[in-house]
Design a protein around this ligand. Structure first.
Ligand code: ADP
Ligand code: MG
Length: 256
């Protein structure tokens, strides 16, 4: 390939926003020569690599903006530790059809069973598939919305929780809310209803949400919208955080 042509391709690739092609042009040409590639195969290679690089960049950028506390996946989750949890139920969620349908997912159970882990894993999968993600604990969301409300910025702050395709709301029910706070949660849930997905985790059964939100009517209104299209996964088992300690205790009692 003449120097003139390769320079021209590099300039055009730059202008078209195809940096990978601009950088890797001579490598591409070499690979095409070696494999005696046809024209269509060559074009296919160049475009798919460019798309791969772009998807990867968007994925990494999406993870940065998501505020996820970590990036664990379902491969990191040991299903054998929770024998009552049907892996198929979680793996079905990981197909993300609920995200496509703008439906919700709720992960319920006591502390340490992996609710946040699974919520994060689903969010990472959704991010990889191109959906925008935002992670927050319920308490942080309420705190930020209250501050925004007090300073006349509620509408703009609400957008943080309404814009992403998937909003992860972690730890619903750890702290009871005041009425004004529950009202802010209702605004988020009702405005997202059938417009975007929510993945939530809670240590409370839905029947206890009246106490969490300090008002049965408000709790019912929130649950009504949340549960209309919602996959519910209950995890009833031991805390993974206490795994080694429980083993140690069992061993101690075995010896004694
Ligand atoms: P929860 O949100 O239910 O309180 P987490 O998701 O925070 O629990 O889990 C606590 C810790 O234990 C995390 O580090 C998580 O990755 C890990 N963990 C929980 N369950 C499992 C499991 N079955 N396999 C592997 N790691 C797990
Ligand atoms: Mg958690």
């Amino acid at each position: 390939m003449s120097e003139l042509v390769s320079n021209r391709i590099r300039t055009m690739a730059g202008k078209l926003g195809l940096p990978h092609l601009a950088d890797g042009l001579s490598q591409y040409a070499k690979r095409a020569d070696e494999a005696k590639m046809g024209y269509l195969d060559f074009l296919d290679l160049v475009l798919s690599e460019e798309l791969g690089v772009r998807d990867d960049r968007r994925f990494r950028q999406g993870l940065r903006l998501s505020k996820l506390p970590h990036h664990k996946t379902l491969d990191d989750y040991d299903f054998s530790f929770q024998p009552e949890l049907d892996p198929r139920k979680v793996k079905d969620l990981a197909t993300l059809s609920f995200v496509e349908a703008k439906a919700n997912a709720a992960l319920l159970g006591p502390p340490g069973v992996g609710k946040t882990h699974i919520a994060v894993a689903l969010a990472v999968a959704a991010c990889r598939a191109g959906y925008s993600i935002y992670f927050t604990s319920l308490d942080d969301m309420v705190r930020h919305l209250r501050t925004a409300e007090a300073t006349g910025r509620l509408t703009s702050k609400l957008r943080t929780y309404l814009r992403p395709s998937v909003l992860v709301v972690d730890e619903v029910g750890y702290q009871p809310l005041e009425r004004a706070e529950a009202n802010l949660v209702f605004q988020v849930i009702s405005k997202r209803y059938e417009k975007g997905s929510i993945i939530l985790t809670s240590n409370k059964a839905f029947s206890e949400w009246g106490q969490v939100f300090g008002d049965e009517v408000l709790a019912t209104a929130i649950l009504d919208r949340l549960l209309h299209h919602c996959e519910v996964v209950s995890i009833n088992g031991n805390s993974y955080r206490l795994k080694n300690r429980l083993q140690a205790i069992t061993q101690d009692t075995d010896v004694a």
